[in-house]
Design a protein around this ligand. Structure first.
Ligand code: PMP
Ligand code: GLN
Length: 382
């Protein structure tokens, strides 16, 4: 058996969701919206199912979805993308990440990863025979350590994998931080795999800036989006990669060997969704910002040290002020069992030693009633 996979644990999201079910806990752990996505997008999928859209679609995606992805790139970021040769549709951003890494990485290459990191990054980099160079952002400020980042790049660097808006930190990288990264990518003649699944989920006037829009980055970035996040339909698993045609050819070959295609009915519905009016996207973010505020205020009221979140579905909170002396894994298990509310230990997003162990991540993409019930359960437990 493959030793790297044998050594990989089950993802923390599955572990904590199972524990939540076992204890009848409200699941503020795994990041999935409680309310279904827009009814017209769901109906577009249902219509497509009944409209005989059920056989293999083209390898790189339905032309109408590739067109919609290109148009969204122009509308939101001013990027000019050729839908025929510069978009590849994948089965979720998860597949897109693997396909993008497969497209650029050879065994022996180095890939710069930033902690906290989403849990698929490191196992896939290692499975490809590459070496991860980890650079750490730490709470409460999640500041980019520029000197350490620069030192992580070297002659073997093939790519950096950047997640902004960032899970679980809620950090949105600034133009200055992105310019610093772009300079490193250019100087080391490498690629940037940009996990931008939370691109539309930014708050308080923060705007997501794709690294791809910076000077010199158009040909070096593989930009990844997810319909699951953009339309609150996480089970759909429709992702898309936007990149220069020279890269897209390799991405398509990776995709052909991973899944080959992605359900055509869902692709058609996502194409419909991406063409929705601007107000859909701003209301999605505004609604989430209100939920963030509701949960953050409640947690603060209970004594948690809640960190700001500029984007994503998540807030992180220091639980030490409540007097809990164990680590974050113990804390998240404890509140699941004793308060019947589940969260994710932030240390799960760190691979190196000495991870921060006193923060829990709470997902706020839930109804107000569920957020309030979770808060009152925590209040009763405390
Ligand atoms: N990247 C990040 C940072 C995520 O939080 C997620 C969670 N879903 C993904 C990628 C995977 O997205 P998808 O569900 O489209 O595969
Ligand atoms: N991205 C989601 C999260 O961070 C979960 C995805 C998963 O369960 N694999 O919670």
């Amino acid at each position: 058996q493959n030793s790297l996979l044998s050594a990989t644990g089950t993802t923390v999201f599955t572990v904590m969701s199972a524990l939540a079910v076992q204890h009848g806990a409200i699941n503020l752990g795994q990041g999935f919206p409680e309310q279904e996505g827009p009814a017209d997008v769901v109906k577009a999928a249902a219509d497509a199912l009944l409209d005989n859209r059920n056989q293999y679609p083209p390898l790189t995606g339905l032309p109408e979805l590739r067109q919609a992805v290109a148009e969204a790139n122009r509308r939101f970021y001013g990027l000019e993308i050729d839908p025929a040769s510069e978009v590849v549709v994948t089965s979720g951003a998860t597949e897109a990440l693997t396909a993008a890494l497969m497209a650029v990485v050879d065994p022996g290459d180095e890939v710069v990863l930033i902690e906290p990191l989403y849990d698929t990054y490191l196992p896939v980099v290692r499975l490809l025979g590459a070496t991860a160079k980890l650079v750490r952002l730490s709470p409460p400020k999640w500041e980019l350590p520029r000197a350490e980042l620069a030192a992580a790049f070297g002659p073997k660097t093939k790519a950096i994998l950047l997640n902004t808006p960032m899970n679980p930190a809620g950090k949105v990288f600034t133009a200055a931080e992105l310019a610093f990264i772009a300079d490193l990518v250019e100087r080391h003649d490498c690629y940037a795999i940009c996990d931008e699944v939370y691109e539309h989920l930014t708050f308080d006037g923060w705007r997501h800036i794709p690294l791809m829009t910076l000077p010199g980055m158009r040909e070096r970035c593989l930009r990844i989006g997810s319909a699951g996040k953009t339309f609150s339909l996480t089970g759909w698993k429709v992702g898309y990669i936007t990149c220069d045609r020279s890269l897209a050819a390799n991405v398509a070959k990776a995709h052909q060997n991973l899944t080959f295609t992605t359900p055509p009915n869902l692709q058609r519905a996502v194409a419909f969704g991406l063409a929705k009016e601007d107000s859909y996207f701003t209301e999605l973010a505004d609604d989430l910002a209100r939920k963030r505020d509701r949960l953050a205020a409640g947690l603060r009221g209970l004594g948690f040290g809640v960190l700001p979140a500029q984007g994503s579905y998540f807030i992180t909170a220091d639980f030490r002020p409540l007097g809990f002396t164990g680590d974050d894994v113990a804390f998240c298990r404890h509140i699941t069992e004793a308060a019947k509310v589940t969260a994710i230990p932030v240390s799960a997003f760190y691979a190196g030693p000495d991870a921060p162990t006193h923060y829990a991540r709470f997902a706020f993409c839930k109804t107000d009633a569920v957020l309030d019930e979770a808060l009152s359960r925590l209040a009763a437990w405390k």
